[in-house]
Design a protein around this ligand. Structure first.
Ligand SMILES: Cc1ncc(COP(=O)(O)O)c(C=O)c1O
Length: 450
C-alpha cells in the first residue's frame, strides 16, 4: 500500500468519480475509507464512524461477514472464472439458481438470469419484457411506463425510465417510448394532495389515463421500486401497489419491480412484492445479493413469463442478452453464502425493528429542527429527511448548510448520505439498537450545526 501522503496527493487526480463533478472532486477530494468492520468504517485519518449508509444500501450483513469472505476466497482457489454462455455452467451458479427459486417461491418467481449489478439487471428486465411480448406475437408492445423520482441505474435504458433529470438531461436523447407518471410523493406532487391513500388513487388514475392515451397494446411494462430509494425514500401507500398490479394485469402489461435495494430484507420482508402483497412478473436484484462484496445481480422471472419463453418453438425466445460476468462463479459463491447468512441471521426482523426506531427518531428530530420539512420511511431500514430553508415555501436548504450538517454528523461519528436536499440512512440490517441511537444523536448534533 502506498503511504498516506501519496494517497492524499493523488486522491481524485487520475480518476473521475461517479455522480460527481470532476472539478468539484479536485477542489473537494472525497473521503478516503480504508477499513470496515461490523457496521463501522474508518477513514485514512483513523476516524471511525457508524456507516449509516450501509455501503450503498448493499452491505446488509455489515463489513465483517466471515462466511461470505471465506466463500469468495475459496472459490478463487477452485475456479476464479468461467462463462455461463450457452455450453458451459459452474457448480456455484447452479446451486444459487436453486436457492433463489426457493427463496422467491412465495413471490411466484422461479427462474434467474444473472448480471454484474443493478443497472445490468434493470436492462435485462427491460429487454426480456419486450421479448416476452414478441414471443407471444404482440411485437407492438414496446413502451415502458415508470414513475417520476424513480431510480433505475445508469445504463441508457435505465436512464430512460429514470425519473430524475440529474441522471437524464446530459445524456439525451434517451430511449424513445418511455413515459413517466407522478410518484405517490405526499410532500410534493402535482395534485397538491397530502393524504397518502388519496394520492395513491390519483396516481393510479394517472396511470390508467396514460395507458388509455398510449394504447395498452403499445405498452410492454410498467416498472417501479416497491419503495422509491435514491429519489428520497418514498414509500407509496400500500393501496398503490395493489392498484398497479390490478391495472397491469387487466391490460396485459408486465409489472417489473426494481428490487435492487429492497430484495433480501431491507423492508422488513424478504422482498418488496411480498411486503406489499403483490406478485410481480419480474424483479431486478443486485446489491445485497453478495452483501456488496462482489459485483453481482440477478433478474428473477415469474412462472408465467418463464412458460412463455420455454414453450416457444419458433426460436424467438432465444436470449440474445448476457454479460461476460453473468453467473460469475465467485459472485455466485458469494451469493450462496450471503443468502444462507441472510436467512440464518433473519435480518428482515431486525430491519423492521431498527427501521421503526430510526423513523420514530427522525420524526422526533423534525419536532426539534425547523430545517426538516419532511420525514419518510417506516417500512424497514430506509429512512430520509428532506432539508428545507423555508417551511411554507418548501425551498430546499442551501447546499452549504446541508454540507455543514453532513460534516458535523461525520465528525460526531456517523456517515450519512446526502442526495440533493435529502439526508438518507440505510445502514446494515444487523445494526443494533444502541448504534441506531448513536446515529440519531449524531444527526441531531449535525442538524444543530447547519
Ligand atoms: C432501485 C435501483 N435500481 C438500479 C440501481 C443500479 O444499480 P447499480 O448501481 O448496481 O448498477 C440502483 C442503485 O442504487 C437502485 O437503487
Amino acid at each position: 500500500m502506498k503511504d498516506e501522503n501519496f494517497l492524499k496527493a493523488n486522491n481524485a487526480r487520475h480518476m473521475w468519480h461517479p455522480m460527481a463533478h470532476p472539478a468539484d472532486m479536485h477542489a473537494n477530494p472525497p473521503r478516503i475509507v480504508t477499513k470496515g468492520s461490523g457496521v463501522r468504517i474508518t477513514d485514512i485519518d483513523g476516524h471511525e464512524t457508524i456507516d449509516a449508509v450501509g455501503g450503498l444500501w448493499n452491505v446488509n450483513l455489515g463489513f465483517s461477514n466471515a462466511a461470505v469472505k471465506e466463500a469468495i476466497k475459496s472459490q478463487l482457489d477452485d475456479l476464479p472464472y468461467y462463462a455461463t454462455f450457452r455450453g458451459t455452467s459452474n457448480d456455484q451458479v447452479i446451486e444459487l439458481s436453486y436457492m433463489l427459486a426457493e427463496f422467491f417461491e412465495p413471490d411466484g418467481l422461479s427462474r434467474s438470469f444473472f448480471t454484474s449489478g443493478g443497472s445490468d439487471s434493470v436492462e435485462i428486465m427491460l429487454r426480456l419484457a419486450r421479448q416476452y411480448h414478441k414471443v407471444r406475437g404482440q411485437a407492438g408492445r414496446t413502451k415502458y411506463l415508470s414513475l417520476k423520482k424513480g431510480y433505475h441505474g445508469t445504463h441508457t435504458g435505465g436512464a430512460s425510465i429514470n425519473g430524475n433529470a440529474n441522471f437524464r438531461t446530459q445524456y439525451e436523447p434517451l430511449l424513445a417510448g418511455c413515459h413517466h407518471l407522478p410518484a405517490p410523493y405526499t410532500y410534493r406532487n402535482p395534485f397538491n394532495e397530502t393524504d397518502p391513500e388519496k394520492l395513491a388513487q390519483l396516481c393510479l388514475q394517472a396511470l390508467e389515463d396514460e395507458i388509455a392515451f398510449q394504447g395498452p397494446n403499445t405498452i410492454a411494462a410498467f416498472i417501479m421500486e416497491p419503495v422509491l430509494g435514491a429519489g428520497g425514500v418514498i414509500p407509496p401507500h400500500p393501496s398503490f401497489h395493489k392498484g398497479v398490479r390490478e391495472i397491469c394485469s387487466r391490460h396485459s402489461i408486465l409489472l417489473l419491480l426494481d428490487e435492487v435495494i429492497t430484495a433480501f430484507g431491507r423492508l422488513g420482508s424478504w422482498s418488496g412484492g411480498r411486503h406489499f402483497g403483490i406478485k410481480p412478473d419480474m424483479i431486478s436484484t443486485a446489491k445485497a445479493i453478495t452483501n456488496g462484496y462482489f459485483p453481482f445481480g440477478a433478474v428473477m422471472i415469474s412462472d408465467a413469463v418463464a412458460e412463455t419463453f420455454e414453450g416457444d418453438t419458433a426460436g424467438v425466445a432465444n436470449i440474445g442478452s448476457g454479460y461476460t460476468y453473468s453467473g460469475h462463479p465467485v459472485g455466485a459463491a458469494a451469493a450462496v453464502a450471503c443468502l444462507k447468512e441472510t436467512q440464518r441471521l433473519n435480518v428482515k426482523d431486525n430491519a423492521a425493528a431498527r427501521g421503526t426506531q430510526m423513523f420514530e427518531g427522525f420524526k422526533a428530530l423534525m419536532e426539534k429542527h425547523d430545517i426538516i420539512g419532511d420525514v419518510r420511511g417506516g417500512v424497514g431500514l430506509m429512512t430520509a429527511m428532506e432539508l428545507i430553508g423555508d417551511k411554507d415555501k418548501k425551498t430546499p436548504l442551501d447546499k452549504k448548510r446541508i454540507d455543514a450538517v453532513y460534516e458535523a454528523t461525520y465528525a460526531a461519528g456517523t456517515m450519512v448520505r446526502v442526495s440533493g436536499p435529502n439526508l438518507i440512512c440505510s445502514p446494515a440490517l444487523v445494526i443494533e439498537e444502541a448504534e441506531v441511537a448513536k446515529v440519531l444523536s449524531d444527526i441531531d448534533h449535525g442538524l444543530s450545526q447547519a
